[in-house]
Design a protein around this ligand. Sequence first.
Ligand code: SAH
Ligand code: MG
Length: 211
Amino acid sequence: MRTTDSYIESHIINRSPQLMEMEEFARINHIPIMELVSIESFLQLLRLQNPDSILEIGSAIGYSAIRMATALPNTKITTIEKDENRAELARTYIEKNELSNRIQLLAGDALEIDLYSLSSTIYQAIFIDAAKGQYQRFFDKFSPLVPSGGVIYCDNMLMRGFTEIELSDVPRRKRTMVRNLQAFTKWLMNHEDYITTFLPIGDGITISIKR
Ligand code: SAH
Ligand code: MG
């Protein structure tokens, strides 16, 4: 972690015991939930935006979905997770936090899911936090659900620094993913329907506002 991030993190106040238990579970089991500094900044952006509904691609164990639902008490969330075990854990945690009435969890591949199975037809905010090589496909599939003024947020756009170094210095097995993410970033920054900015918070977050 960058020293700036550990400094900021040292000032972040404790979350509820249930949430801290999830953070610990994710750490022990190597589940890549959003870093504290990123999630805190991201939640603050969401509070400013105050969307009625949010669609998340990549729930993992439900940590970010639960944090979003807690930060925004009037917002409905749909979250999609491909890994069955993680989806099951997410379901359990969502129930434990008594948020089943506001979080719809869909187990399955977001790229295959039928848009009719989503609980809403419009999402003012979409959060893409799943397979890094597929961001453009997620973006294209779900962009029609975003109204003008709505926002698509993408996490891990820096891929721990891999996107900013020479490709030859990136481990071979990660090169395709890095190349895809770089191409996606270029495409996104030039997308005519969106105004995009790239923030170096945590692992890199892009914010794309629909015109
Ligand atoms: N947003 C979570 C972390 C998500 S980690 C949090 O911060 O708490 C990324 C997750 O995306 C993984 O659990 C992975 O299984 C899931 N994923 C990857 N590709 C996917 C796809 N095509 N559809 C749905 N989920 C996907
Ligand atoms: Mg992430």
